[in-house]
Each structure stands twice: as C-alpha cells, then as structure tokens.
Design a protein around this ligand. Structure first.
Ligand SMILES: [Zn+2]
Ligand SMILES: [Zn+2]
Ligand SMILES: [Zn+2]
Length: 356
C-alpha cells in the first residue's frame, strides 16, 4: 500500500558466538537524533506522500497508473484519518487509538490504563467506530464512493481514462480539504503541497462542471417513475466506469431516450439502462427478496416486455403501463416471475395456450 521509498535497508550481520543479531540501517531522517533509534512512524508525512504519488499517477494517466492513483489517494486519506486518531491518543498510551488491539494495564498508583497493543493498526471499520466515539467528522459516503471506483476500475473496466476516475479525485479533494481544515487544523495547500493541491482543485472544478451540466439535462425530464429518477444518477458507464451518464438529447419519449457517457461517449438505450437503474435503486429490496423471500420489487412488463415494472409504483418505469396484479382467471396474485403474462398468471396463461 505504501509507495514511499525509504531507500534500501541494508542488513548488518554481527556474529556474537551462536547469536546472530540483525541491524537494519535506516536513512537518518527516519531516526531519532538523540537516541539513534527509529523515530515514531510519521503518519502525516506518509499520508501526504501517498496523496502526492496518487496525483502524479493520475497525471500520467495510463491504465495501471490510474488504478494506482485511486489506490494511493484512498490510502492517503486513511492515513490522514489515522493521524487524527494519533493526535487524540494520550501521551504514554502506546498510540492507543491507532492500534487495532487495545490492552488494559494497571498504572503504578493502581489506576486502569488503556494502551495500544501489538503492531497492527486500525482498519477502516475501526476508524469509523473510533471517529464516532470521538466526534471526529468526515464524509464516509464520499469515501465509500472512492472505494467503489477503486474496486470497479481494478475488476470491471478495460477502458479507463482520467475522465473515468475524475469523480474519485474530486471526492478525495473534498474529503481532504475539509478534514485537514476541521480536524487537523492545518492549511491544505501548505500541507499537501501547492502543485498537488492546484491539480486536485482543477480536477474537482472540471468534474463539478460536468456534473452540473448532467444534472441540468436531467432536470427538464418529466419523470413518471420516482424510482427511476433516483436510480439513474447511480449508473456507471459499462465501458469506462464513469458516473457521468447523461441524457444524449432531449428526452421527449423515454422509450426512445439514450444516455451517453460524458467520459468515453458510450451510448445506452432506454430498454438497457432503465432495468439497470431500477436494480441500482432497489438493491436493498432485491436483496430482501433473494434472502428473505420478500416480494420481488420489479417484474417483466406485460406491455413492453422489459424488466421494468415497479410493483411499489404499480406501473412500468419505461412505458408507463399499469397492469393487473391479480389473475383475471383464477384471482390469485400474479407472482413477479410470471408478471409478463398479466392479466393472467403463468399457470392460467399456460392453460389458455393449451385451449387455443
Ligand atoms: Zn464511459
Ligand atoms: Zn413497460
Ligand atoms: Zn391464474
């Protein structure tokens, strides 16, 4: 995770009878000047260097460097978080708040003390819990958005460009700026370095402008399905992973509408993106249906044949059709999986086709 080079440590073997001891020689800046031992881990330097390396990666812009950019910037933010926890750790507590394990010890006067135990440091979930306890604030949903870009670019998209990961850089910029000011009480451009800061600022502005144009294009659409309206901004381009999927022209009729990726130009037609947007928005309901046997939230529309019939809304999000939910022949509720044969259930539909 750390890409910061500290020079290659050399090993000194010292023979003392049967015992071999190893001494690692570190560069002098990592050694405490008075003791000559390794200085306490400088989290803040690591955090800033990780962010700087990430921004350099981003500027290079090749696929491997873009993946590395998102990873480094994400790692840098986590290190900033740890720096805040370190600053809240009491003196002599063994950096208690950044350690994954906390031990209880008895002090010299019999009082209980909590101290950091072992080498392992806190993971993201622990940082989150400790922030909550300490009242340290950050935008976790923005951090999660960066994490999902990081996962997605590594695993799903072949054609990533700077445009496709710009949203992650923009989110990172906003998180870093706020956190440095409010929690670390430092000056962001000074701390991060002016060159890195200017670049992140520019990318954030570029992204915000693209986002604004996209939102503006959506704002004139007359939505019939609220679920669809909520789900569309959650779509990502299937080619490059960008979240800037915007209307490619005026959406007079949703059935003929297309979305275009502002990053790579890929276009998707309504019968493809409508079911995907509904899936995104109804993720939780779909999960409940799969795990708990709850009703499926979406079924095949009997009118247009697309998986876009939203039961909670009693209409198809694509063609607007309202269909009968009870079978016209046997009166039973038509299950989601048979909804395409409404106004009759699948079984009555089968019987009917035998009679023909
Ligand atoms: Zn794209
Ligand atoms: Zn339909
Ligand atoms: Zn029936």
């Amino acid at each position: 995770m750390r890409r910061v080079c500290i020079g290659s440590p050399s090993l000194d073997k010292q023979s003392e009878g049967e015992n071999l001891t190893f001494r690692i020689q570190l560069p002098s800046r990592l050694l405490d000047s008075s003791t000559g031992l390794r200085a306490p881990m400088d989290l803040l330097t690591n955090a800033i260097e990780s962010i700087q390396v990430g921004v350099e990666d981003y500027q290079v812009g090749s696929r491997p460097r873009l993946i590395s950019a998102v990873r480094n910037v994400y790692a840098g933010i986590l290190l900033l978080y740890k720096e805040a926890l370190l600053r809240h750790s009491p003196e002599g507590s063994g950096e208690v708040l950044i350690k994954a394990k906390i031990a209880t010890v008895m002090g010299s006067t019999g009082e209980l003390k909590f101290v950091g135990h072992g080498k392992k440091t806190v993971d993201t979930q622990q940082i989150r819990e400790r922030f909550k306890d300490l009242g340290i604030v950050t935008d976790w949903s923005a951090l999660n958005a960066i994490a999902s870009v990081r996962n997605d670019v590594e695993h799903y998209y072949a054609d990533i460009t700077k445009d496709s990961v710009r949203s992650a850089i923009a989110s990172a910029f906003l998180i870093i700026r706020t956190f440095i000011v409010t929690e670390l009480e430092e000056d962001p451009p000074k701390l991060v370095g002016s060159a890195t800061w200017q670049l992140m600022l520019a990318e954030n502005e570029l992204y915000a402008e693209e986002r604004r144009l996209c939102n503006e294009a959506f704002s004139v659409v007359e939505w019939t399905s609220e679920t669809l309206r909520q789900g569309i901004p959650k779509l990502r381009c299937s080619k490059c992973g960008s979240d800037l999927m915007c209307p490619s022209d005026d959406w007079a009729d949703l059935a003929d509408a297309t979305l275009a990726c502002r990053a790579c130009g890929t276009e998707v037609e309504a019968h493809h993106f409508v079911p995907k947007a509904l899936d995104q928005e109804l993720e939780w309901e779909r999960y409940l249906a799969a795990s708990d046997g709850a009703d499926e939230p979406v079924g095949e529309c009997p009118n247009c044949g697309v998986e876009s019939y939203v039961f909670a809304e009693g209409q198809c999000a694509l063609c607007g059709e309202s269909a009968q939910t009870d079978c016209a022949r046997c009166g039973q509720t038509i299950p989601a999986s048979e909804f395409g044969s409404s106004p009759v259930c699948g079984y009555c539909d089968y019987l009917g086709s035998k009679d023909d």
